[in-house]
Write a protein that binds this ligand. Structure first.
Ligand SMILES: C[S@@+](CC[C@H](N)C(=O)[O-])C[C@H]1O[C@@H](n2cnc3c(N)ncnc32)[C@H](O)[C@@H]1O
Length: 200
Protein backbone atom coordinates (compact mmCIF):
# COMPACT_ATOMS: atom_id res chain seq x y z
CA UNK A 1 0.00 0.00 0.00
CA UNK A 2 2.73 2.49 0.96
CA UNK A 3 4.57 1.49 -2.23
CA UNK A 4 1.53 2.61 -4.23
CA UNK A 5 1.41 5.87 -2.27
CA UNK A 6 5.11 6.42 -2.88
CA UNK A 7 4.76 5.72 -6.63
CA UNK A 8 1.84 8.14 -6.86
CA UNK A 9 3.82 10.89 -5.13
CA UNK A 10 6.71 10.21 -7.47
CA UNK A 11 4.31 10.53 -10.44
CA UNK A 12 3.08 13.87 -9.02
CA UNK A 13 6.57 15.19 -8.41
CA UNK A 14 7.82 14.14 -11.82
CA UNK A 15 4.92 15.66 -13.78
CA UNK A 16 4.15 18.62 -11.49
CA UNK A 17 0.61 17.55 -10.57
CA UNK A 18 -1.30 16.64 -7.38
CA UNK A 19 -3.12 13.30 -7.59
CA UNK A 20 -1.82 11.37 -4.58
CA UNK A 21 -3.46 10.79 -1.22
CA UNK A 22 -6.88 9.85 0.02
CA UNK A 23 -9.54 12.59 0.23
CA UNK A 24 -12.76 12.19 2.11
CA UNK A 25 -15.89 13.64 0.56
CA UNK A 26 -17.32 16.69 2.34
CA UNK A 27 -21.00 15.85 2.12
CA UNK A 28 -22.08 19.44 2.73
CA UNK A 29 -20.62 20.47 -0.65
CA UNK A 30 -22.56 17.80 -2.58
CA UNK A 31 -25.98 18.12 -4.22
CA UNK A 32 -28.71 16.72 -1.89
CA UNK A 33 -29.78 14.02 -4.40
CA UNK A 34 -26.25 12.59 -4.26
CA UNK A 35 -26.23 12.62 -0.47
CA UNK A 36 -23.85 10.18 1.15
CA UNK A 37 -23.82 7.65 -1.67
CA UNK A 38 -20.33 8.58 -2.86
CA UNK A 39 -17.03 7.12 -1.74
CA UNK A 40 -13.77 8.91 -0.98
CA UNK A 41 -11.13 9.80 -3.54
CA UNK A 42 -8.24 7.42 -3.93
CA UNK A 43 -6.22 7.28 -7.16
CA UNK A 44 -5.87 4.21 -9.37
CA UNK A 45 -2.14 3.46 -9.68
CA UNK A 46 -0.76 4.12 -13.14
CA UNK A 47 0.41 0.52 -13.62
CA UNK A 48 -3.00 -0.87 -12.68
CA UNK A 49 -4.69 1.43 -15.18
CA UNK A 50 -2.42 0.35 -18.04
CA UNK A 51 -2.84 -3.33 -17.16
CA UNK A 52 -6.63 -2.93 -17.30
CA UNK A 53 -6.49 -0.95 -20.52
CA UNK A 54 -4.40 -3.67 -22.19
CA UNK A 55 -7.32 -6.06 -21.73
CA UNK A 56 -9.51 -3.80 -23.89
CA UNK A 57 -8.59 -4.48 -27.51
CA UNK A 58 -10.08 -1.55 -29.42
CA UNK A 59 -9.18 1.19 -31.86
CA UNK A 60 -8.84 3.95 -29.26
CA UNK A 61 -9.31 6.73 -31.77
CA UNK A 62 -12.98 5.73 -32.23
CA UNK A 63 -13.80 5.66 -28.51
CA UNK A 64 -14.60 8.26 -25.87
CA UNK A 65 -13.16 7.37 -22.47
CA UNK A 66 -15.26 8.34 -19.44
CA UNK A 67 -13.97 8.13 -15.85
CA UNK A 68 -17.06 8.17 -13.62
CA UNK A 69 -15.87 9.71 -10.34
CA UNK A 70 -12.54 11.05 -11.55
CA UNK A 71 -11.51 12.76 -8.30
CA UNK A 72 -8.28 14.71 -8.81
CA UNK A 73 -8.01 13.28 -12.32
CA UNK A 74 -5.22 10.70 -12.01
CA UNK A 75 -6.89 8.32 -14.49
CA UNK A 76 -7.81 11.18 -16.82
CA UNK A 77 -4.10 12.09 -16.98
CA UNK A 78 -3.02 8.49 -17.67
CA UNK A 79 -5.72 8.13 -20.33
CA UNK A 80 -4.66 11.41 -21.98
CA UNK A 81 -1.50 9.61 -23.11
CA UNK A 82 -3.63 7.21 -25.15
CA UNK A 83 -5.03 8.45 -28.50
CA UNK A 84 -8.71 8.30 -27.49
CA UNK A 85 -11.13 10.40 -29.54
CA UNK A 86 -12.19 12.21 -26.39
CA UNK A 87 -11.71 11.89 -22.61
CA UNK A 88 -14.21 13.03 -20.00
CA UNK A 89 -13.87 12.85 -16.22
CA UNK A 90 -16.96 13.38 -14.08
CA UNK A 91 -16.56 14.38 -10.47
CA UNK A 92 -19.26 15.30 -7.98
CA UNK A 93 -17.07 17.23 -5.54
CA UNK A 94 -16.43 20.81 -6.71
CA UNK A 95 -13.18 20.86 -4.71
CA UNK A 96 -11.80 17.70 -6.38
CA UNK A 97 -13.12 18.81 -9.77
CA UNK A 98 -11.13 22.05 -9.48
CA UNK A 99 -7.98 20.10 -8.62
CA UNK A 100 -8.55 17.80 -11.61
CA UNK A 101 -8.85 20.82 -13.91
CA UNK A 102 -5.65 22.27 -12.50
CA UNK A 103 -3.86 18.94 -12.99
CA UNK A 104 -4.94 18.72 -16.63
CA UNK A 105 -3.76 22.28 -17.26
CA UNK A 106 -0.40 21.51 -15.63
CA UNK A 107 0.28 18.15 -17.28
CA UNK A 108 3.14 18.28 -19.83
CA UNK A 109 1.64 18.91 -23.29
CA UNK A 110 4.25 16.65 -24.86
CA UNK A 111 2.70 13.61 -23.14
CA UNK A 112 -0.88 14.22 -24.24
CA UNK A 113 -2.09 12.22 -27.24
CA UNK A 114 -5.80 12.95 -26.96
CA UNK A 115 -6.84 16.40 -28.18
CA UNK A 116 -10.11 16.64 -26.28
CA UNK A 117 -9.69 16.16 -22.53
CA UNK A 118 -12.13 17.68 -20.04
CA UNK A 119 -13.60 17.21 -16.58
CA UNK A 120 -17.14 18.10 -15.60
CA UNK A 121 -18.55 18.64 -12.14
CA UNK A 122 -21.75 16.67 -11.54
CA UNK A 123 -23.40 13.39 -10.64
CA UNK A 124 -21.83 10.57 -12.65
CA UNK A 125 -24.91 8.36 -12.27
CA UNK A 126 -27.08 10.70 -14.33
CA UNK A 127 -24.44 11.90 -16.77
CA UNK A 128 -25.61 12.28 -20.33
CA UNK A 129 -23.18 10.06 -22.23
CA UNK A 130 -22.00 11.16 -25.68
CA UNK A 131 -23.16 9.12 -28.68
CA UNK A 132 -19.68 7.73 -29.42
CA UNK A 133 -18.52 4.21 -28.66
CA UNK A 134 -17.47 4.38 -25.01
CA UNK A 135 -15.02 3.00 -22.50
CA UNK A 136 -16.56 3.71 -19.08
CA UNK A 137 -14.05 3.37 -16.25
CA UNK A 138 -15.18 2.75 -12.67
CA UNK A 139 -13.12 2.61 -9.51
CA UNK A 140 -15.37 2.58 -6.51
CA UNK A 141 -17.22 5.84 -7.13
CA UNK A 142 -20.40 5.15 -5.18
CA UNK A 143 -22.67 2.65 -3.46
CA UNK A 144 -24.76 -0.15 -4.99
CA UNK A 145 -27.99 1.77 -5.44
CA UNK A 146 -26.23 4.64 -7.23
CA UNK A 147 -24.39 2.08 -9.39
CA UNK A 148 -27.79 0.67 -10.35
CA UNK A 149 -28.89 4.15 -11.42
CA UNK A 150 -25.73 4.44 -13.52
CA UNK A 151 -26.37 1.07 -15.19
CA UNK A 152 -29.96 2.07 -16.00
CA UNK A 153 -28.53 5.23 -17.53
CA UNK A 154 -26.00 3.25 -19.62
CA UNK A 155 -28.74 0.85 -20.73
CA UNK A 156 -30.95 3.77 -21.77
CA UNK A 157 -28.08 5.29 -23.72
CA UNK A 158 -27.54 1.93 -25.51
CA UNK A 159 -31.24 1.68 -26.39
CA UNK A 160 -31.30 5.22 -27.77
CA UNK A 161 -28.11 4.77 -29.72
CA UNK A 162 -26.87 1.18 -30.13
CA UNK A 163 -23.06 1.19 -30.17
CA UNK A 164 -20.16 -0.44 -28.38
CA UNK A 165 -20.00 0.50 -24.70
CA UNK A 166 -17.32 -1.15 -22.62
CA UNK A 167 -17.40 -0.90 -18.85
CA UNK A 168 -14.09 -1.49 -17.12
CA UNK A 169 -14.26 -1.87 -13.37
CA UNK A 170 -11.43 -2.00 -10.89
CA UNK A 171 -13.77 -2.90 -8.10
CA UNK A 172 -14.88 -6.53 -7.53
CA UNK A 173 -18.31 -5.65 -6.01
CA UNK A 174 -19.09 -3.43 -8.93
CA UNK A 175 -17.99 -6.21 -11.33
CA UNK A 176 -20.39 -8.60 -9.58
CA UNK A 177 -23.21 -6.12 -10.02
CA UNK A 178 -22.25 -5.63 -13.67
CA UNK A 179 -22.50 -9.39 -14.14
CA UNK A 180 -26.26 -9.12 -13.46
CA UNK A 181 -26.78 -6.47 -16.13
CA UNK A 182 -28.78 -7.91 -19.04
CA UNK A 183 -27.49 -5.34 -21.53
CA UNK A 184 -23.81 -6.09 -20.83
CA UNK A 185 -21.82 -9.28 -21.31
CA UNK A 186 -18.58 -10.17 -19.63
CA UNK A 187 -15.76 -10.01 -22.17
CA UNK A 188 -12.78 -10.99 -20.08
CA UNK A 189 -12.73 -13.58 -17.37
CA UNK A 190 -9.91 -12.05 -15.33
CA UNK A 191 -10.17 -8.32 -15.94
CA UNK A 192 -13.58 -6.88 -15.18
CA UNK A 193 -14.44 -5.83 -18.69
CA UNK A 194 -18.08 -5.88 -19.77
CA UNK A 195 -19.52 -4.70 -23.03
CA UNK A 196 -22.80 -4.07 -24.73
CA UNK A 197 -23.38 -3.23 -28.36
CA UNK A 198 -27.08 -3.77 -28.81
CA UNK A 199 -29.87 -3.79 -26.32
CA UNK A 200 -32.22 -6.35 -24.84
C1 LIG B 1 -12.12 5.84 -5.51
S1 LIG B 1 -12.19 7.43 -6.28
C2 LIG B 1 -11.65 7.03 -7.92
C3 LIG B 1 -10.90 8.15 -8.58
C4 LIG B 1 -10.45 7.89 -10.01
N1 LIG B 1 -11.50 7.34 -10.81
C5 LIG B 1 -9.27 6.96 -10.05
O1 LIG B 1 -9.49 5.76 -10.30
O2 LIG B 1 -8.13 7.41 -9.84
C6 LIG B 1 -13.98 7.68 -6.43
C7 LIG B 1 -14.37 9.11 -6.81
O3 LIG B 1 -15.77 9.14 -7.12
C8 LIG B 1 -16.28 10.42 -6.74
N2 LIG B 1 -17.75 10.34 -6.65
C9 LIG B 1 -18.50 9.88 -5.64
N3 LIG B 1 -19.81 9.97 -5.93
C10 LIG B 1 -19.90 10.49 -7.17
C11 LIG B 1 -20.98 10.81 -8.05
N4 LIG B 1 -22.26 10.59 -7.70
N5 LIG B 1 -20.69 11.34 -9.25
C12 LIG B 1 -19.40 11.57 -9.63
N6 LIG B 1 -18.34 11.30 -8.84
C13 LIG B 1 -18.58 10.74 -7.64
C14 LIG B 1 -15.57 10.67 -5.41
O4 LIG B 1 -15.61 12.04 -5.06
C15 LIG B 1 -14.16 10.16 -5.71
O5 LIG B 1 -13.38 11.20 -6.22
Amino acid sequence: MWVQGFEQRLFDWWFGVDTAGISRLHYAELPPEVGKSGYRYEPTPRRTFHRMLRSVCIDYSRFTFVDVGCGKGAVVLYASEVPFKRIIGIEVSPRLHQLAEKNIRGYPRSRIRCRDVSVVCGDGATFSFPNDPLVVYLFNPFNESTLSRLFVNIHRSLVQNPRRIMVVSRNPDCALQLGGEPSLIKEKEKASVFSGSSCS
